[in-house]
Design a protein around this ligand. Structure first.
Ligand code: HEC
Ligand code: HEC
Length: 406
C-alpha cells in the first residue's frame, strides 16, 4: 500500500469504510490518483474519477465540461501561470494563494496594472459547490463562466488580457508543457488551444479545491472525539444556537447556504443583508458595492451579499466584501450589535437599524468566555492539509515565463 495521508488514515478508522473496501476488493481494482490522498476509502467517486468525501454531496458538474484528471492538471498549471496576465506579473494564485485558503490578505484586490478592485478577493475553498460566483452576482453560476472575468475583464483590470486572446493562446502554445497537456486534456479537439478550453481546465482544477479535513470534520465525520477542544465544542453549540443564529446563513456541510450540488432541486441563489452599512437610514450601501442591487438595479436587492463559506475562515482576514472588518473579534462585535455602527465619515450609519437587514441578525449578548469559545470553534474549521497539500499548489515543472513587451 502507498503511504496514506492523515485524512485517509482517519477515514480508514471510520465505520463507513468497510463496505467501500469490500466493494473495491471485489472489483479487484484500486485506483490511486494524484488528487487528494491517492486513497479512495471513504470517498465517493464522481464521474471522471474526482474524489469527494462521502459526507459531502455530489458536485454538480456541467455536462459540457465533464471532469477529467488531465483537464484538472492543465487547469492547475494555468491557475499558477503569470502567462495569463497582460504584463506577466500575476496569476490567479496572486489573489488566491493556497496557504490563506485561496484568498489574499488585502482589504480590496489589486490587479496586475495596479488597479484596485472595489471588492476583496474570495476564498476558493470548496468553490465547486458554490451556487453563484462572486460576492453578489446571481447571474454567474458556473466556474467556466466566472474565469473569463479575471482574465479578460477591464472594469477593473485584474489579469488584463482584454482583446489579447490570440496573444494568450500563442504564449501557451509556445510551451511544450502546454502542448502536451492541452492535447491530453482535449483529445477530441483538432486545435485544443481555445479560450473555452482554458476556462474548462481552470474550472476543472477549481473543482478539486476540496477542504474536508478540519478538526471539525474529524470530530463530526471521522469520530475523533478529541479533535475539538472543550472550548471549541461550546463554541459550536453557540454557533448553532437560536441566540447567535450563525447557522441560518452559514450552515450545512460548507458553512454557507449558497451551495449547489447534484440532486438539489431548488436552486435559487441566496443573498442576505447582514447590516454592515446603513448610510441613508434606508439601508444604503456605499456604491459601487451595493450587492445584488449593483446587478439588478432593484432597490430591494440593496446590500444583499452571498454568505461566504466559513471553512478556513480563521486564516483569511480581513473580512466582508470590502475587507472592512479586521479580525474575528470585530466580526463578533458586528453580529452582537446586530449590525455595524459607523459614527463618522461618508459611510456613517447604524447597521442594526438597516430596514432590509435579515431577521437572523438580531444582535445578542455574549460573555468574554463565550466569545473565546466561538472564535475557537471558527478556528477549528481550518484544514491544514488543504492549505499545504502540494497537489493543489503550483506544478513543480511549470516553465518560467519571461515577459517581453510586444
Ligand atoms: C486581481 C486579483 C484577482 C485575480 C488575479 C483573480 N481573482 Fe478571482 N476574485 C478576485 C475578486 C476581487 C473576486 C470577487 C469578485 C466580485 O465579487 O466582484 C474574485 C472572485 C473569484 C471567484 C468567485 C468565488 C466565489 O466563491 O464566488 C472565483 C471562482 C475566482 N475569483 C477565480 C479566479 C480565477 C480562476 C482566476 C484566474 C483566471 C482569478 N480568480 C484571478 C480577485 C482576483
Ligand atoms: C442573515 C444571514 C447571516 C447570518 C445569520 C450570519 N451571517 Fe455571517 N455573513 C453573511 C453575509 C451575507 C456575509 C458577507 C457580507 C458582506 O460581505 O457584506 C457574511 C460574512 C461573514 C464573515 C466574513 C467572511 C468572509 O469571508 O469575509 C464571517 C466571519 C461571518 N459572516 C461569521 C458569522 C457568524 C459568526 C455569525 C453568527 C454570529 C454569522 N456570520 C451570522 C450572512 C450571515
Amino acid at each position: 500500500m502507498k503511504a496514506k495521508c492523515s485524512r485517509c488514515l482517519s477515514r480508514a478508522r471510520g465505520q463507513r469504510s468497510g463496505l467501500r473496501v469490500g466493494a473495491l476488493l471485489l472489483t479487484g481494482v484500486v485506483l490511486f490518483t494524484l488528487w487528494g490522498c491517492g486513497e479512495s476509502e471513504g470517498d465517493q467517486e464522481e464521474a471522471g474519477g474526482l474524489k469527494v468525501p462521502d459526507y459531502f454531496p455530489s458536485l454538480r458538474i456541467p455536462e459540457e465540461n465533464p471532469w477529467t484528471e488531465p483537464k484538472a492538471e492543465l487547469g492547475r498549471g494555468l491557475f499558477y501561470d503569470p502567462r495569463l496576465s497582460g504584463n506577466g506579473t500575476q496569476s490567479c494564485a496572486s489573489c488566491h494563494p493556497q496557504e490563506m485558503g485561496f484568498v489574499d490578505d488585502l482589504p480590496r484586490a489589486v490587479g496586475s496594472t495596479g488597479e484596485v478592485h472595489p471588492r476583496r478577493s474570495m476564498t476558493l475553498t470548496n468553490v465547486g459547490w458554490a451556487q453563484s460566483l462572486n460576492w453578489a452576482n446571481p447571474l454567474v453560476t458556473t466556474l467556466e463562466q466566472q474565469a473569463l472575468t479575471p482574465i479578460f475583464g477591464d472594469h477593473p483590470v485584474e489579469l488584463g488580457m482584454a482583446g489579447r486572446e490570440e496573444e494568450l493562446l500563442e504564449r501557451l502554445g509556445a510551451e511544450e508543457w502546454y502542448r502536451d497537456r492541452f492535447f491530453r486534456a482535449f483529445p477530441d479537439d483538432e486545435q485544443p488551444f481555445t479560450v473555452a478550453n482554458i476556462t474548462s481546465a481552470l474550472a476543472s482544477f477549481q473543482r478539486t479545491l476540496i477542504s474536508a479535513n478540519s478538526p471539525y470534520d474529524r470530530f463530526i465525520y471521522h469520530g475523533e472525539s478529541d479533535a475539538l477542544s472543550e472550548s471549541a465544542r461550546r463554541g459550536m453549540t453557540l454557533f448553532f444556537s437560536e441566540r447567535m443564529e450563525c447557522f441560518h446563513c452559514h450552515g450545512g456541510f460548507n458553512f454557507s447556504d449558497s451551495v449547489d450540488h447534484a440532486g438539489q432541486t431548488f436552486s435559487g441563489a441566496n443573498f442576505h443583508v447582514n447590516g454592515l452599512y446603513n448610510i441613508d437610514g434606508l439601508g444604503g450601501y456605499p456604491p459601487p458595492n451595493t450587492g445584488v442591487h449593483e446587478v439588478t438595479g432593484r432597490i430591494e436587492d440593496m446590500g444583499r451579499f452571498k454568505a461566504p463559506t466559513l471553512r478556513n475562515v480563521a486564516v483569511r482576514a480581513p473580512y466582508m466584501h470590502d475587507g472592512s472588518v479586521a479580525d474575528l473579534n470585530e466580526v463578533i462585535d458586528h453580529y452582537a450589535e446586530g449590525g455595524r455602527t459607523i459614527l463618522e465619515g461618508p459611510n456613517a450609519g447604524t447597521g442594526s437599524m438597516n430596514p432590509n437587514k435579515s431577521i437572523f441578525v438580531p444582535g445578542f449578548l455574549i460573555t468574554e468566555e463565550e466569545r473565546a469559545d466561538l472564535i475557537e470553534f471558527l478556528e477549528s474549521l481550518t484544514d491544514e492539509e488543504f492549505l499545504r497539500n502540494p497537489a493543489l499548489g503550483p506544478p513543480a515543472d511549470l516553465p518560467p515565463f519571461e515577459f517581453e513587451e510586444q
